[in-house]
Design a protein around this ligand. Structure first.
Ligand code: ADP
Ligand code: MG
Length: 390
């Protein structure tokens, strides 16, 4: 399943720009976090979904002494040399993700790839929490690997894309975004175990889809808050290691019964942070069971519980996100809602029946504007297939 219209536009633009058709094309989707909040760095579980917004990467060898890349969105060009990647990149922000992915992909390989003409065209809203950057990295790595006949596992591709983001965009992201872009399947969610980095698909079916509501707010001090949360989680894990021994290495190893037993002895803040992470891990496992049984409304209920825990335990929500989740409860057809991603602003995700999605989206947008006096962005999201070479 690909986005035919966007692909046709990309092919046409490529041919016009470079005077020849492309020879290799790839597609990679964005992603949304569905449940399992702040669990990744606690070696826990996350459920995510690849989405029906993505990016195409087209290329063809050009016979020149340098490679050229064109960005359909900004109409900008960038250049570099496959033969001399260490000479760096001549180009802007978006091109760093491409150049970085190619450098990381080719690390340790001795052959030189031909110089190429390439272009990107995507429809993922940038910076809305749908991970356009990971999609760009993954699409690049897939297409250029095809060009060089380089075979990599999915996990290797995800790590290449992540390394590009770390080194060339300066964002120290985890692996969720890249894994989700690669492992997506139509009408299926993605469950990742962040200890073993094992990934499996979970059935969602075609009678459930999502609405992403981007509040566009970003509350100050997010980095400081984020660091505090990580430290509290580590502190809590240390506490349980002392109490329960070496079978505990992170909060993933602690059960909610154990937390209940010892919470009174803990630093109250650390206990609350632990309650969120432990609860989220358990909710992911419960959610997997519900999806396997086709109990989609039960799954939605877990999303509401997840958000309550963000409010009360992890304290990573904000009034705007709380409004969206609360408002969603009185809109018919919404099965669940929660904040998605780091929190302190950004997006909420709603689980809905596809037939109601447009009505729900409009009702939510109106309610948000009436209450907040500013608008939010609404995206209609389906569980989509992952990155491919076309
Ligand atoms: P997010 O990944 O949440 O969308 P980021 O700030 O991590 O936000 O990445 C956004 C950046 O990725 C953009 O500023 C741009 O440089 C690059 N990018 C992603 N998709 C595209 C695209 N289709 N066209 C141009 N640049 C893109
Ligand atoms: Mg990003």
């Amino acid at each position: 399943m690909i986005k035919e219209e966007l692909f046709i536009e990309a092919k046409k633009t490529f041919a016009e720009k470079y005077g020849q058709p492309h020879t290799i094309a790839s597609f990679a989707p964005g992603r949304v976090e569905i449940i399992g909040n702040h669990t990744d760095y606690n070696e826990g579980f996350v459920v995510s979904s690849a989405i029906n917004y993505g990016i195409f990467f087209l290329l063809a060898p050009n016979g020149l002494d340098h490679s050229r890349v064109f960005c359909g969105r900004t109409q900008e060009h960038a250049t570099f040399q496959m033969a001399n990647l260490d000479l760096g990149l001549d180009g802007g922000g978006w091109a760093k993700y491409i150049y970085g992915s190619i450098v990381e992909l080719l690390k340790g390989s001795d052959g030189v790839l031909p110089e190429i003409d390439a272009m990107i065209l995507g429809d993922i809203p940038l910076g809305s929490g749908l991970s356009s950057s990971a999609a760009l990295e993954v699409a690049t790595a897939f297409a250029v690997a095809k060009l060089g006949n380089i075979s990599k596992t999915n996990l290797e591709f995800a790590k290449i894309a992540q390394a590009a983001e770390h080194t060339y965009a300066g964002v120290m992201c985890g692996l969720l975004d890249q894994l989700s872009s690669i492992y997506g399947k139509e009408n299926q969610l993605i469950m990742t175990d962040f200890r073993s980095i094992e990934v499996e698909n979970l059935p969602l079916g075609d009678d459930a889809s999502f609405i992403v509501c981007n509040t566009k707010v970003k509350h100050a001090l997010v980095d400081g808050e984020y660091n505090e949360r990580r430290e509290s989680c580590e502190k809590a894990a240390e506490f349980f290691k002392e109490k329960l021994g070496d079978r505990i290495s992170t909060l993933r190893d602690v059960t909610s019964a154990e937390l209940e037993q010892y919470a009174g002895e803990m630093d109250p803040i650390a206990a609350k942070r632990a309650a969120h992470v432990i609860g989220e891990c358990e909710r992911v496992l419960a959610g997997k069971k519900y999806l396997d049984e086709g109990k989609i409304e039960k799954f939605g209920q877990l999303m509401y519980e997840s958000h309550d825990s963000s409010i009360n335990n992890f304290e990573n929500s904000c009034p705007e996100l709380d409004f969206v989740v609360e408002a969603s409860k009185s809109i018919p057809g919404v099965m669940g809602a929660r904040l998605s991603g780091g929190g302190f602003g950004g997006s909420a995700v709603l689980l809905v029946h596809p037939r109601n999605a447009q009505t729900i989206g409009k009702a939510l947008a109106n309610a948000y504007e009436n209450e907040m006096g500013t608008d939010c962005e609404i995206y209609y999201v389906k569980a989509f297939s992952g990155a491919t070479v076309l």
